[in-house]
Write a protein that binds this ligand. Structure first.
Ligand code: DLL
Length: 436
């Protein structure tokens, strides 16, 4: 089933024409409403009149996460505040999160994209569907929720946490679909084993998994343990949230909602466009967004675009699975974490030297984060013989980290000089998971 055949199956010529018209309109819109873009265009001697077809996109400047940070909180917002009906936020590389406001039309387009995705996964109004992405500032929960309501299935807003209760609800309500991170799906399977709930006592048949990288091995394991078919869903807060792209039954790449989000692949070093099929950095331009449109946003995600027709009938272009990132962002339990956020906390505490290490692992299908930090020699001598002081310091550090990262971390305070130094670029992460 296809939710919107007109938009998901249009000819390539029609799509490019539509994209060209929308690009012209969005450039005109940001030029008049966002001084940041107007200045950038003027510096390049460009005016909206220069952008007529989708091929003109290469003339436009890129936007980066740093631009969003520098314009915190509302500097890139194009619509007046009275038109904004929802605000989401995602982790920034330092203390400030990235703020994204949505107008009513934005939310309605997002719900439509989410409905396209769920329909592609085989979800219908007859399903009982649990949304187990976190609700809140993260786009996963509310984004998926609106899509389920749009197609008319019964939504169970389970969110994350309280997994035992959730497992029982899946059995007792006969829940047939679930949206969550792939690692949460495995954790759920484990919880069901613990509770003695077997695969034949539950009716799950569809999973919408995303928000973090996952492998084909993970897909097979989740499918075997929960008895469902798992589909990939991709998105990012700066562009929309879940449903920027989605798999179809062919499971050979994820179709991009390219009437709303125009994709490009560039060489992350030269910034030159790459050919279809080549792997590089994914760049998106929002073609219809009103709240916070972005022009050529560098996602830092590495993947390729898959040329050619898909047997499912959809004509919108597909992207491969994400193969890595060009920056040091980690995704831990579905939450984006930058080592620089940890550094910003370390620097606020005078007891610590600016030497730290994040150790990420996956234990029983749950991501774990341990942060090691070194005491400064003067504090080391002063606190050595008072274990109570060390544990008070650990607690203070852990609390500060939790408030900045939005996830809890184990902390380990180390003696001066004991965290390994690297000779070249300093290394702050040991990731023991095998995600790509
Ligand atoms: O993770 C939005 C989302 C929610 C997508 C629920 C899918 C499902 P952010 O928190 O801004 O937004 O994180 C965006 O997560 O740039 C990728 O690096 C990664 N990511 C998201 N989906 C996938 C996926 C949401 N399916 C960042 N596969 C992105 C691999 C993914 N990585």
């Amino acid at each position: 089933m296809i939710w919107n055949p007109t938009k998901e199956c249009m000819s390539r010529e029609q799509m490019r024409e539509l994209q060209g018209k929308r690009l012209h309109k969005i450039v005109e819109y940001v030029y008049h409403n966002v001084p940041f873009y107007r200045n950038k265009l003027q510096e390049m001697d460009l005016s909206p009149a220069d952008i007529r077809t989708i091929d003109d996109i290469v003339k436009l400047p890129f936007t980066t996460k740093k631009d969003l940070r520098d314009n915190y909180p509302f500097g890139l917002q194009a619509a007046p505040q009275s038109e904004i009906i929802r605000i989401h936020a995602s982790s920034g590389t330092t203390g400030n999160p990235t703020i994204v406001g949505y107008t009513r039309k934005d939310i309605s387009i997002w719900s439509e994209c989410m409905a396209r995705s769920l329909t592609s996964f085989g979800v219908t109004r007859n399903d009982i569907f649990s949304v187990s992405y976190g609700y809140g500032l993260f786009t996963g929960g509310l984004g998926a929720h609106n899509g389920v309501e749009t197609i008319g299935a019964s939504v169970v807003p389970a969110s994350t946490g309280n997994t035992e209760k959730h497992a029982r609800l899946i059995r007792d309500l006969g829940i047939t679909g679930i949206a969550c991170t792939p690692s949460y799906a495995l954790y759920l399977a484990e919880t069901m084993d613990k509770l003695g709930i077997s695969k034949d006592q539950i009716k799950l048949r569809v999973g919408a998994f995303g928000a973090e990288p996952w492998t084909e091995n993970m897909r097979t394991e989740i499918q075997n343990r929960l008895g469902l078919k798992g589909f990939n869903i991709y998105g990012l807060s700066e562009i929309m949230g879940p449903s920027v792209s989605y798999e179809c039954e062919e499971q050979n790449g994820s179709h991009i909602n390219e009437d709303h989000f125009f994709p490009e692949i560039i060489d992350p070093v030269t910034l030159e466009p790459l050919e279809p099929g080549q792997t590089g950095e994914l760049v998106f331009t929002t073609l219809t967004k009103e709240g916070m449109p972005v022009i050529r946003y560098r996602t830092r995600d590495l993947c390729s675009l898959i040329p050619g027709e898909c047997p499912c009938g959809r004509t919108n272009v597909r992207m491969s699975a994400i193969q890595g990132r060009t920056d040091d962002m980690l995704i831990i339990r579905g939450i984006n974490v930058f080592p620089s956020q940890v550094e910003s906390v370390v620097l606020t505490m005078e007891e610590f030297a600016p030497v730290y290490m994040l150790i990420v692992d996956r234990v029983n299908n749950l991501d774990t984060l341990m942060v090691q930090v070194e005491l400064r020699p003067d504090y080391f001598n002063a606190t050595l013989d008072t274990p109570a002081a060390i544990s008070e310091l650990e607690k203070r550090f852990a609390d500060k980290l939790r408030s900045v990262l939005s996830i809890s971390a184990k902390v380990q305070i180390k003696a001066p000089g004991t965290i390994e130094r690297s000779e070249g670029k300093s290394k702050h992460v040991i990731d023991k998971r095998q995600l790509f």
